[in-house]
Unconditional design. Sequence first.
Lengths: 383, 311
Amino acid sequence: MSSRIKGRHVLLAAVVAALCVPASGVAAGNGLPTKIGKGEGQLNLIAWEGYTQPQWVKPFEKATGCQVHAKYAGSSDEMVTLMRQGGGTQYDGVSASGDASLRLIYGHDVQAVNPKLIPDFKNFIPALKSPPHNTVKGVHYGISLQWGPNTLLYNTKKLKPAPTSWATIYSPKYKGKITVPDNPIQIADAALYLSKAKPSLGIRDPYELNQAQFTAVIALLKAQKPLIKKYWALASDEIDLFKNGDAVVGASWPYQTNTLIADKVPVKDLIPREGATGWADTWMMSSHARHPNCMYKWMAWVSTPKVQAQQAIYFGETPANTKACSIMDKLAPGSAGQYHCGASAAYFNSIKFWKTPVAACGNGQNNCMDYTKWQQAWTQLKG
Amino acid sequence: MAASLDPAQGLIPGEPGRPLRAARLGLTGFFWRHRWAKALLLLAPPLLAFVLVYVASLAALFVSSFWTIDPFTSVMKHVWNLDNYRTLWQASAYRSVALRTIGIAAAVTAADAILAFPLGYFMARVAGRRSRAFVFVAVLLPLWSSYLVRVYIWRLILDEHGVLNWTLGKVGLPALHIGYSNWAVWLIFTYVWLPFMILPVYGALERIPESYVEASRDLGAGAWTTFRRVVLPLALPGVVAGSIFTFSLTLGDYVTPLLAGGASSQFIGNVVYDSITTQQTPFAAAFAAVPLAVMGVYLLLARRLGAFEAL
């Protein structure tokens, strides 16, 4: 199936889905609603843990009358599974990361949304208005939320001088003291490193790998395996490993760094000179949402500066809304700078955000390894 | 079936005054004459539950292992094929996962048998009433706490700056680096399943009549010979019965390898879990059939060794 046909199907499905939505206001020529109708009283969400805290959910329920029922999911794969459950009518929305969002779009699980209905959309950093992980051919399939980089975390007492390159986690020097996430998307981290370390492979995008590039990346990961102490599945696992001296260097999220520093463990994190992968989350609406107005109201609510700042500080990530930065500093002095709130385009562009690997390469060819291949390779690598 | 259970009306006609008593008598008579009907009535509810819940789900599992998943839509396609089993056989990664799982399960069983035998012997033949009760409580006590808590405690003991290395350092020995490794997995499994080995071993040892041992000694056998030729053969079914628990529990577990394992500690259960979260259900079913087959062979062997009499 060519990507053109896929795209057309998606668009058609989205238009049909949007037309089917009852009472969601006046529809424009493109099938999208032009105003948010009356709330349906209920809202069923799938979210990352920490994304639906009472701190901002309670005021939302009071203001809109939409009662929020949230189900936490532990992985992108679980989010996709849950969204498809019961024909897709069970949940209205999902806080999908970039490696789930394209699967949901191409699987016709989510519908196109009208960003004009989100007042704060205009305050988003430009890079998150129409990012490729939630906008296909100019059609928006969700509203960006928060983002953050995957960093290199190290023990400042054990690593001197401080590391500057991802080569550190592939170096036999730290054999048995390295930890990386147990997640197939980790293949992209190795690809990003090789794109700089071995330019002859010609890797332009760490998520678009042809067979030869993929083989080289897997070979690097296989060589790395004997050096690994543990592939961590939970953030708390990595925190334990660093706290108890089992690991001294690894791939991480800012959340772990903050927790460890709060526990007085001598650690620091950085974005190495090769750049970093990262995650950018999007609230997306189910194609079969039964409470679309409440979902629109929710997407508008979590985009407001105050909620954006609250969530950023609670979770340890960066808001999409630039107006949130000053509130962040009021809530926790210094936090806006720490999380690069309102970051420059140069900083943002240095991060290669998670997206679902598909067969269609950026160059119009269809010879790239899709996500199923990534999953298989990862399972076999760990075997 | 309801009709055949209701023969009373036909058997004793013309007694309108006492229909209830007549029916009861008729029913009793029917069950007395047809023993199989009584057995059927007793067994029907558990048998039905067993067939519906257990056998049917196993059959569904087995059947789905011959199906496949559409890679794009993740929808199950009901096309019969052997692809899943072929992948299992051809990819060396899955073979090493299966061998690791079976190997560690066997090592855990051996370690538990070696640990349980002296303890069971002490409880059955040496200890007085009060010390036996004490040991019983000590053996069962860990089972009262959460399995997860016990695994996490072992993580704290074994990690780099943990209790183990702290103690080794105090007595001047070099530190061990066994946290997050297959050694850790083996050690934790041996610990958590030990009670399941001790109890049947204790039961088997307790059933050996004291007179057998005395007779052996009277006939001139030394303590070692008596142990080797009388006690051990009679206790063996208990060890094998315990090994069914320790072996099958290790074979099916995935939590301990996930939490306490290292970079190469994947068990069959971990691959099954990963396959299900990535919607590769048929492959998960195929891999889940492997421990099933292993246990089948194991139970056949155990039966020949008389383990079922010791349970």
